[in-house]
Ligand binder design. Structure first.
Ligand SMILES: Nc1ncnc2c1ncn2[C@@H]1O[C@H](COP(=O)(O)OP(=O)(O)OP(=O)(O)O)[C@@H](O)[C@H]1O
Length: 306
């Protein structure tokens, strides 16, 4: 089997998020620097502040162009770097240092620094689709409804980790009222009540819930994955299917495949939408546009067949 050749990318910019994943980043720059030196690469660093990062990163790249830019953080950091690079030839690399790291998992990137660092010299390049959700860039998953609410509550709280997420979900589930969604896509119209609706460019949440098992990051399409209201007794079965790639097998799920969509929630002028892990309040209707093959990403070389 012939392997695609890795690109010779010498000048690498690393975008470091100091707070992502509650991970101690002491010594991280030195480690990256040292690894790059060993492999004949030059590493420079850009630190996120949580304010105006996109504008600052674009200015930085304009003044000091890099041959690849690595997001060293979680999905929010990947979203930032992805937006800055979309529509350019410069590839995005990921060092997964967040709490969920959803896109890196979907791209088959190793989850430890040790496993991910070799991407700087050993990789193949894949062009993936990206989305605009209500004008906001999304490379991974966005959603409305129950999960968006939990992401917002989680972001507002001061406890991190999967335990806090599950605790908030259990508390909110009891009082949660599903809304009526009106959806128009380039192929069909749907109207009905949904517990949550995920706009999926990719497959899997950072929590390993597979919301869109058949979706592909480079097929020029995205999926709207709906979970309809369900009785409490059905919850364990739905959860089981979500963790075992069985989304389409449930009585309470539905998937619409499309290239463009407009979503309206009955009685709401704005709604909570989580986009690549960030909770946002966006006006209705919500327009979703696809930018096919708009972002180049570095992914591990395929493993040779035995
Ligand atoms: N220096 C900083 N201080 C405070 N907040 C920051 C800083 N830099 C970035 N941020 C914020 O970090 C968030 C993005 O974090 P990111 O998603 O990368 O990590 P995570 O939430 O731990 O991981 P994941 O999304 O994979 O679960 C954004 O809301 C951004 O505004």
């Amino acid at each position: 089997m012939a392997f695609p050749k890795s690109l010779l990318l010498r000048n690498l910019l690393f975008v470091l998020n100091p707070i992502s994943g509650d991970i101690d980043k002491e010594g991280l720059e030195e480690r990256i620097q040292e690894y790059c030196r060993e492999h004949g690469r030059t590493a420079t660093f850009f630190h996120t502040t949580g304010k105006d990062d996109l504008t600052r990163l674009r200015q930085h790249l304009h003044q000091e162009p890099a041959e690849a830019v690595f997001a060293a953080g979680g999905d929010g950091t990947v979203n930032l770097v992805g937006e800055a690079l979309t529509g350019t030839e410069t590839p995005l690399g990921i060092l997964p240092l967040g709490s969920g790291n959803g896109l890196s998992k979907d791209l088959g990137i190793g989850q430890s620094l040790e496993e991910a660092l070799p991407l700087i010299w050993r990789h193949t390049v894949r062009s993936i689709d990206t989305l605009r959700v209500g004008g906001h860039f999304s490379a991974h998953l966005a959603d409305l409804g129950f999960n968006a609410l939990i992401v917002e509550r989680f972001a507002a709280g001061d406890t991190r980790g999967p335990g806090a997420y599950v605790r908030i979900a259990m508390q909110e589930y009891l009082d949660y009222e599903s809304a009526v969604y009106h959806i128009e896509t380039d192929r069909e119209t749907f109207e009905g009540t949904a517990f949550m609706l995920t706009v999926a460019n990719a497959n899997t949440f950072g929590s390993n819930v597979v919301i869109n098992p058949a979706g592909q990051l480079d097929d020029g399409e995205f999926e709207l994955c709906l979970i309809e209201p369900f009785p409490g007794t059905a919850a364990p079965g739905i959860l089981y299917r979500l963790y075992t790639e069985g989304f389409d097998e449930s009585l309470y799920t539905r998937r619409l495949c499309c290239r463009h969509a407009r979503i309206h929630i009955q009685g709401q002028e704005q709604a909570l939408v989580q986009v690549d892990g960030e909770p946002l309040k966006l006006p209705m209707p919500l327009e979703i546009q696809m930018l096919p093959a708009s972002l180049r990403v570095l992914v591990p070389l395929p493993v040779p067949a035995e």
